[in-house]
Design a protein around this ligand. Structure first.
Ligand code: NOJ
Length: 570
């Protein structure tokens, strides 16, 4: 993957359930792992507010829409929702270009609506996490308007301004993640400003203490409004080399048609960590969590984000996990081992608003629903905190634009036709089988795919074998089973090319998870005597495979892509 392309753009682009408990979602009685912080036992759920639920018929989701779905989220088993930016914004990058950090964009509602949402969510035992766009603002933010007005303006040094080269070319060769040079010439003052993303997203100068103070105050503002933390946008990119040295060029071109580049001088500079420690200090005053958009390339880099004394980001998302671009037991085994090796609390994600939906990334076109369950069973039973993406729980698929004129995402506009952008994974939540999937009474801002007729909340709520019901059951287990809450991760049958199997072991009990990642039936046998467990004492907790229900660990037959989860004891 090219270094300057921030997002993991992974171009891709029945069974019955045996449950040992009757299903009614009561996740609010967690197994209470000793010594855990609230965010370790929480399941996070990303809401893209434009696309979640529209309360006023303008075709764009809003805060009241989110509030109207709290019952759904609570019954699903979600503990915290991360709302992508809903601050006032010109919407060049759909909210990631913020023009006022301390308000709500009128298209989403008001600050009073936000306060109301926080209160209502609290009653549902759901916390709200905001998205903190920390690296850059909108070019319409008053700070930038002042900054660009003259070389001597009060905010001039809040952004990165430089002279061009003698021949008038940009100060260096850095490339924007949105395509083209990362520098834009501004004729008013005759200098270039730096923008890692779109030209409308100028980078803040984090070497200026006034920037740090203003931005830290933003977090204090929202803590006072009851938020429980932030997801830190583009947090790798806060600092740039003061000498602005050219980045090394790599062979080939990226999806935007630019040369591949190693972002040696503008990505993950050591200075990031000083800011993160101080930002964490502010978060700790409010028992808040920092979730990181951390694009790392190694266990060592991921480990650094936790902080040498666990004093930086509590939940750095592990996107290396998402680089596994096909179902592969060995590849996932390796990534899990890597996350475990950091010594930190892992954060697993299989999809978000910047990458093609997991349903299409891993689906084989024939067993997609089954594979969606398999993926869920994996990342919701691993040790760590999962971050779900809205719609994943009903098997939403990508609905990529077919024509360039339909593309809304600025990256898709530049990248077309090679890269169609991110609209496909941001389509309206599918609530029911009606014309606009119950998302809006108006015209949705992005079209709903035909698959919404079958893959929607209403239909799947009535189908015991649906992806949604499977998620509900998994989330219930995730919260209530002591070994899943608190157990170690122990990899099993590590040479198996087809089946990913592991134990979550807690004191004298354990949960065995067996995931057939192949299209063939697999016959498995587990001897857990070395781990001190007996095969005779297996009790099926959740499975999608009828033959697996016997509970005999020495003779499990798993159908293609089947899931088997069992409690074992001594
Ligand atoms: C990462 C966000 O997830 C993405 O959607 C956005 O375009 C960039 N950061 C810029 O803020």
């Amino acid at each position: 993957m090219s270094q300057n392309f921030r997002f993991v753009v992974l171009l891709v682009s029945s069974v019955s359930l045996a449950l040992s408990f009757s299903f009614s979602q009561t996740k609010k009685t967690p197994a209470n792992a000793e010594g855990h912080q609230w965010w370790q036992d929480a399941v996070f759920y990303e809401v893209y507010p434009r696309s979640f639920a529209d309360s006023n018929g303008d075709g764009i989701g809003d805060l009241k829409g989110i509030e109207s779905k709290l019952d759904y989220l609570s019954q699903l088993g979600v503990d915290a929702i991360w709302i992508t930016p809903c601050y006032p914004s010109p919407q060049v990058d759909f909210g990631y270009d913020v023009s006022d950090y301390e308000n709500i964009d009128p298209m989403y509602g008001t600050l009073a609506d936000f306060d109301h949402l926080v209160e209502a969510a609290k009653k549902h035992h759901i916390r709200i996490i905001m998205d903190f766009v920390i690296n850059h603002t909108s070019d319409r933010h008053p700070w930038f308007l002042d900054s660009k007005s003259s070389r001597s303006s009060a905010h001039r040094d809040w952004y990165i301004w430089r002279d061009g080269k003698a021949d008038g070319q940009p100060p260096n060769n850095w490339i924007s993640g949105f395509g083209g040079s990362a520098w834009k010439f501004d004729p008013t003052t005759g200098q270039y400003y730096y923008h890692y993303f779109a030209t409308a997203q100028p980078d803040l100068n984090w070497r200026n203490p006034a920037v740090e103070k203003a931005m830290f105050d933003v977090t204090r503002f929202w803590y006072k409004h009851g938020v429980s933390g932030f997801r830190l946008d583009a947090v790798d990119l806060l600092f740039e080399d003061p000498k602005l040295r050219d980045n090394p060029i790599l062979p080939g071109k990226d999806e935007m048609g630019d040369p591949n580049m190693l972002n040696k001088y503008n990505d993950k500079l050591p200075e990031n960590h000083d800011v993160l420690r101080r930002l964490r200090g502010v978060a700790d005053e409010s028992d808040a969590v920092l979730v990181g958009e951390t694009y790392t390339d190694s266990a060592a880099e991921l480990k650094e984000y936790y902080g040498a004394h666990n004093d930086e980001i509590q939940l750095p998302m592990d996107f290396m996990f998402c680089t596994v671009d096909k179902l592969s037991a060995p590849a996932f085994r390796k990534q899990i081992a890597l996350a475990e090796s950091t010594g930190g609390w892992p954060v697993y994600v299989i999809g978000n608003h910047d990458m093609a939906r997991s349903y299409v990334r891993y689906g084989d076109g024939k067993h997609n629903d089954q594979i969606a369950k398999l993926m869920a069973a994996m990342y919701l039973t691993l040790r760590g905190t999962p971050v779900m993406y809205y719609g994943e729980e009903i098997g939403m698929e990508n609905n990529d634009p077919q024509r360039k004129e339909d593309v809304r995402d600025p990256m898709g506009v530049t990248g077309w036709p090679k890269y169609k952008g991110r609209d496909g994974e941001r389509t309206p939540m599918q609530w029911d089988g009606s014309a606009n999937a119950g998302f809006t009474t108006g015209t949705p801002w992005l079209p709903v795919p035909a698959s919404a007729k079958t893959h929607n909340v209403a239909t799947e709520s009535n189908d015991p074998n649906s992806i949604l019901q499977f998620y509900r059951q998994l989330l219930l287990l995730h919260h209530q089973n002591q070994a899943l809450v608190d157990g170690d991760y122990v990899a099993l049958n590590q040479d198996d090319p087809n089946v990913l199997a592991y134990l979550r072991r807690y004191e004298d009990q354990a949960v065995l998870v067996v995931l057939n990642m192949s299209a063939a039936t697999q016959h498995m046998s587990f001897n857990l005597s070395g781990e001190g467990f007996s095969f005779a004492k297996a009790k099926t907790l959740l499975t999608t495979s009828a033959p697996a229900r016997s509970g005999r660990l020495d003779q499990i037959a798993l159908e293609p892509f089947a899931v088997y989860i069992a409690q074992v004891s001594r």
